[in-house]
Design a binder for this molecule. Structure first.
Ligand code: F3S
Length: 248
């Protein structure tokens, strides 16, 4: 069964834009990305949208649907009433290139600032021996598809462009936590998380966890344990004494 749906889609580039109204055919089983493709095919051939796999695995088609960060390819049209007007806008935290396509290079910049896995000197690949519990702990974080919806929704940068320099967002604080949990990683992740990547800005609102399409418990399993380890170290009397002695 098909029906006609009302859409408002953000169109624009160069810092200017507006919502444009469309009425478009919807067929059973379709997702929002199907509708965007139908608009391109029938009414707006120059409508820009980034997508790739259409299977919820590439993280490309992040957009805001009725104000909520969602993957276009995983948002079924059946979740909306047929007479509802559906509003599709680009992710708000990143600059718009054109229409629904944003410039997410902030995220790649932050990724580059994190030193890669750093094993102890003398331990070669193939010699790592890990407990299964350590393998499983980080497995959850490796499900991340880098859709950047967690960074998009986090209020620390969503409403405060000026914080972008000092805050790497939940995606990359989670990456640092993952490395810190690795039994063979010897880099000082705790100091870096706090001083260079802005862990202290996170006030545990959990919006990042709510929008994660992979249902990763970003806040509970990565950010809060990382905060606890940073605090443990800061208030550890031996660390405090060491700091005093070595700063003299
Ligand atoms: Fe932001 Fe997630 Fe913390 S939304 S404030 S990083 S819990």
């Amino acid at each position: 069964m098909s029906y006609k749906a009302k859409f408002k889609v953000w169109r624009g580039e160069g810092g200017e834009g507006r919502l444009e109204d469309f009425t478009v055919e919807v067929n059973e089983g379709e997702v929002v990305l199907d509708i965007i493709h139908r608009l391109q095919a029938t009414q707006a051939p120059d409508l820009a949208v980034r997508w790739n796999c259409k299977a919820g695995k590439c993280g490309s088609c992040s957009m805001e649907i009725n104000g909520k960060p969602r993957l276009g390819c995983m948002t079924r049209m059946s979740t909306f009433d047929e007479d509802e007007t559906i509003t599709v806008t680009p992710m708000r935290t990143f600059p718009v290139i054109k229409d629904l396509v944003t410039d997410v290079s902030y995220n790649y910049q932050k990724a580059r600032e994190i030193p890669s896995f750093t094993p102890p000197a003398g331990v070669r690949p193939g010699e790592y021996r890990m407990k299964q519990v350590d393998v499983e702990r980080s497995q959850e974080f490796r499900k991340c598809i880098e859709c950047f919806m967690c960074n998009n929704v986090c209020h620390v940068i969503r409403d405060h462009e000026e914080n972008k320099t000092n805050f790497s967002g939940p995606r990359f604080l989670m990456r640092i936590a993952e490395l810190d949990m690795h039994p063979y990683d010897v880099a000082d992740r705790q100091e870096a998380a706090q001083e260079e990547h802005g862990l202290g800005y996170c006030n545990i609102t959990k919006c990042c966890t709510e929008v994660c399409p992979e249902h990763i418990k970003i806040t509970d399993n990565a950010l809060i344990p990382m905060k606890e380890r940073v605090v443990d170290r800061k208030y550890d009397p031996l660390v405090w004494l060491g700091d005093k002695i070595f700063r003299r």
